[in-house]
Design a protein around this ligand. Structure first.
Ligand SMILES: [Zn+2]
Length: 238
C-alpha cells in the first residue's frame, strides 16, 4: 500500500465511524422506549377519559335521584304542615293525606336505597380512575427520564461526531481532489463505503471473492496504482 490510498482508507474509517454514530442517534434504545411510553400515555389518557365519562354519567343519575328525593321530601313536609295547621279537618281528607305521607316516605326510602346502590357502583370506578392516575404519573416520570436520556445521549454522540469530523477533515487534506470526488460519489450510492481493501482474494467492500486471475493482476500492480473492484466498483486498495 501507498499514498494516497492509506489516507483514503483512513478517511473511509472516519466516515464509517460517523455514519455509525449518526445511526446510533436515530436507533438509540431510549428513543424507542420513549415512543413506547408515549403510546402508553396516550392509551392511559384515553382510558381515563372513558372512566371520567362513566363517573359523569353516574353523577348525573345521582343528582337526578337527589332532586327526586328532595321534591318528595318537600311534598311530604308540605302535607304534614297542612295537617298540623288545622286547616284540614275532614277525617277522610286527613286520612288521605296521611296515606300520601306514608307513600311519599316509602318512595323516599326507595330512592335513597337506589342512591346507595349508585354510590356502591361508583366505588370501583373511582378506584379504577385512581389506578389510572398512578399509572399515568409513573409513565410521565418515565417519559421525562427518557427524554433527558435521549438529549444527553444525542449530545454525547454529536460531540463524538464533531471530533471525528475534525480529524477526518485534517486527514482528507492529503487526498488528490479527483480521488476524493470519486470516493464521495461511490460512497453516496454504495451504502457509505467508497473505498475498500483487498483482503486475500476478496474485496472488503462487497465481500465477494475475486477471480484468481483478477487477484493476480491486482497483486502485480504497483501499490500506488489506482484500481477498482470489478464487482462493486469501489476503489480497491491493494
Ligand atoms: Zn467489491
Amino acid at each position: 500500500m501507498a499514498e494516497p490510498y492509506d489516507t483514503l482508507l483512513q478517511v473511509q474509517e472516519f466516515d464509517t465511524t460517523m455514519d455509525q454514530l449518526r445511526h446510533r442517534i436515530e436507533a438509540m434504545p431510549e428513543r424507542a422506549a420513549l415512543a413506547e411510553v408515549r403510546t402508553r400515555i396516550a392509551a392511559t389518557v384515553k382510558a381515563m377519559a372513558a372512566v371520567g365519562a362513566q363517573i359523569d354519567e353516574l353523577a348525573g343519575r345521582q343528582s337526578a335521584l337527589e332532586e327526586q328525593i328532595a321534591s318528595s321530601a318537600k311534598r311530604r313536609h308540605d302535607i304534614e304542615r297542612r295537617m298540623q295547621s288545622g286547616e284540614v279537618s275532614a277525617a277522610r281528607d286527613l286520612q288521605a293525606m296521611d296515606h300520601e305521607v306514608a307513600q311519599l316516605a316509602e318512595r323516599q326510602r326507595t330512592l335513597e336505597d337506589e342512591e346507595i346502590v349508585l354510590l356502591e357502583e361508583q366505588e370501583p370506578i373511582d378506584a379504577t380512575l385512581a389506578d389510572h392516575r398512578v399509572a399515568a404519573d409513573s409513565l410521565d416520570a418515565e417519559r421525562i427520564r427518557l427524554e433527558a436520556a435521549v438529549v444527553e445521549n444525542e449530545e454525547e454522540l454529536r460531540a463524538a461526531i464533531a471530533v471525528a469530523e475534525a480529524a477526518r477533515a485534517e486527514c482528507a487534506t492529503g487526498l488528490p481532489e479527483e480521488l476524493a470526488e470519486r470516493y464521495e460519489r461511490l460512497r453516496a450510492h454504495l451504502g457509505g463505503v467508497g473505498a475498500a481493501r483487498l483482503v486475500g482474494d476478496h474485496c472488503d467492500g462487497c465481500h465477494l471473492t475475486l477471480s484468481s486471475v483478477e487477484v493476480e493482476r491486482l497483486n502485480q500492480l504497483p501499490v500506488d496504482t489506482f484500481a477498482t473492484c470489478p464487482q462493486c466498483e469501489r476503489i480497491l486498495v491493494h
